[in-house]
Ligand binder design. Structure first.
Ligand code: C2E
Ligand code: CA
Ligand code: CA
Ligand code: CA
Length: 279
């Protein structure tokens, strides 16, 4: 009984109640975050490893709250998903990304694509494909330059609902990327049955690619399968020149990671692009 009593007490440890308090606070602050304009998007370049040219950008949400400070999406996105706030937040992301795409075009960057991360709850929207197409039309940007990134967990358990919408998106010309590939339930089968255009190999396989032959073999196998299905492979979390060289040698198409660029506000990227072209 003493032991039990102790455990019960531990359940209310300051650390745990602190976590709970923070979670509740994140939940409350998230609700107001959109109207108070606390969110912004950063963009991380994706590069063609053959030409070293930027092909596209991934939009990554950032949150700066007056009371919580900067909160990582790894912390608040799960809360937004559980509470359903992700629907409105996800709509905001799509709208902002499309308007930033317009800015890129106005600066002459018609070739760059923009990718947005989509959560499963967003597929329970009245019509995600319809919403995306409306937003793209509103900002006058082509669907062929817009990409969505989904993880396998989005598909599992919601297969019919998601598959149908992926097919409509694809019909509209939107490109679909399978994110974090190799983690979780990963099945090579998904590469065949989902209407995807791009596979993003998770950072955990790239991290030790030079020292771990198993990771290197897995990445090579994914590249081979992707090629046979005409998919583009993007390596995530590339941090060094050596990793880049290795990925290039084994035929990986594109890379994304700190070695090329950290995620940045669109204005900073536009300035950098301008400087590159005038060099
Ligand atoms: P993700 O989609 O896998 O995004 C890649 C994450 O890796 C980003 O973290 C990015 O900043 C980070 N990263 C990029 N290059 C490197 C590198 O070389 N080394 C390391 N260590 N990290 C790198 P971030 O921005 O903190 O986002 C975390 C996750 O939050 C994302 O993972 C994504 O799942 C989610 N997320 C971000 N923005 C959104 C959004 O707008 N909507 C949804 N639903 N989820 C989002
Ligand atoms: Ca992603
Ligand atoms: Ca990823
Ligand atoms: Ca991830």
């Amino acid at each position: 009984a003493k032991e039990k009593g102790k455990n019960t007490f531990e359940f209310f440890s300051p650390e745990l109640s602190g976590n709970l308090a923070r979670r509740v606070m994140i939940e409350n602050e998230l609700q107001k975050g959109i109207e108070f304009e606390e969110f912004h998007l950063h963009y991380q370049p994706q590069l063609d490893l053959k030409t070293n040219r930027m092909t596209g950008l991934e939009a990554l949400i950032r949150w700066e709250n007056p009371r919580l400070g900067r909160v990582s999406p790894a912390e608040f996105i799960p809360v937004a998903e559980e509470t359903g706030i992700i629907r409105r937040l996800g709509e905001w992301v799509i709208d902002r990304a499309a308007s930033d795409m317009r800015k890129l075009m106005e600066h002459g960057h018609h070739e760059l694509s923009v990718a947005v991360n989509i959560s499963i709850k967003q597929f329970y929207h009245d019509s995600l494909p319809g919403f995306i197409m409306e937003v793209l039309a509103k900002h006058q940007v082509p669907a062929s330059r817009f990409k969505i990134e989904i993880t396998e967990s989005v598909v599992i358990g919601h297969f019919d609902l998601v598959l149908e919408q992926l097919h409509s998106l694809k019909k509209e010309g939107i490109q679909i990327a399978l994110d974090d590939f190799g983690t979780g339930y990963s099945s090579l089968n998904y590469l065949k049955i989902l209407p995807i255009d791009i596979v993003k190999i998770d950072r955990s396989f790239i991290q030790d690619i030079l020292s771990n032959p198993e990771d290197a073999a897995i990445v090579q196998a994914v590249i081979q399968i992707a090629e046979s299905s005409s998919l583009t492979v993007i390596a995530e979390g590339v941090e060094t020149d050596e990793q880049t060289d290795f990925l290039r040698v084994i035929g990986c198409h594109q890379g994304q990671g700190y070695t090329f660029s950290r995620p940045k506000p669109i204005e900073a990227l536009l300035t950098e692009l301008e400087e590159q072209y005038t060099k």
